[in-house]
Design a protein around this ligand. Sequence first.
Ligand SMILES: [Zn+2]
Length: 399
Amino acid sequence: MSEWEGDERPTQPCVVCGAIPDRTVDLPSRPDVHLAFASGALCAECALLAESGAGAGLTARARANWDEDEPAQGIVTLVLAAFGNPPPVRIRSAPTPLSAQDLAIWHGLEPLMYDGPGPEVVVRGRISSADADGEFVVHRAGNRARLERADGTPIMRTDGVTTWHFTDHGVISAPYRDDDGMGGVGALAFRRTRQEVDAFSFGTPIGPIEATTYLDRPAWRFAFAAPPHKPYDMQVVVDAETGFVLDRKFAGGSHTRWLEFVTDEPSDPALFRWDGPSLDRAELRAGRDREHQQDMARRASWFADNVAPGLTFAGARLEVTLHEWDDDGSFQASCDTAEIMVTLARRPRSPGWWELGWSTVDYRWSDERWDWAMSNFGDEPVDPDEVAAFRRQLSSAGP
Ligand SMILES: [Zn+2]
């Protein structure tokens, strides 16, 4: 028996910390966790922490593995629950009704944040974003916008009619939409829209709403309550004159803020236009389809050259879609006929853990040169005799 054939560990990494797992636990579902996780694979150390209810230790390991706080908190809650332990304590204020004074401020502030003060607001400034890892230069005039990196690399421009997105596939033009600025640095460069608040919550203010000064401007400091499935409230500073959010942070570490916010300078309309070449969405799609077909042809020829041309299963020709491959001959691929849908993988024989990332491995075997794995992810069972015949084909076909 090869090491691979005797390896009973899950092939997905520890769902908390990403290390090599040694067991799988059943993750329960909980009303306060809105995310699904690919597996319940756990390493020995995380299992020990979960068993002893060490929420803080688990959370530290999860945060180091997950980029975002929400999945980290979610998986820690589920893993603790799998061992019958309560979730870690969360930092969240219970939203209490605003005081009469705060309510009066909020009645003026809410429409100002969505719609602005009426006259067109012209802003020039810089935004720093911990999430997007950098500094950005922003120009705004009404609904017109220009966003670029501090080094001058353009990100987007809009003249309020057409929006140009500067992407790796070239400049994409599209009709302007209210939510063009949603997400990322746009969160501060643009006003929040009512749709955005409907979709992502954080629309309920928590008092007190305090008068403050930010970048030498009169402003309001307060927080928006986290919805039940988010761990942290959103703390904001809102410009009292324009309604722009000047500073936004979550206790989990995400922090975006204006470093410079200058209003009322004259701005050049040419700033908000792009006159160079651009593609519309249909042209972009056609280009991507072409690239996709070329890519599929490259994958098919790698498989034919390095694994086998013209494999069959139960007498039917297999359609192979190669997902991953490497110079050492390892690969993962989907293999389909009209009847079956299996996933096939191979690597050079190795005593090490194999991170296949599969929830189950139905068949594992090794020949002189390779470790093999196969799983049936289709609805129909596969015939074991056909699997044996398929294995013989693979062994004899090798280059
Ligand atoms: Zn772990």
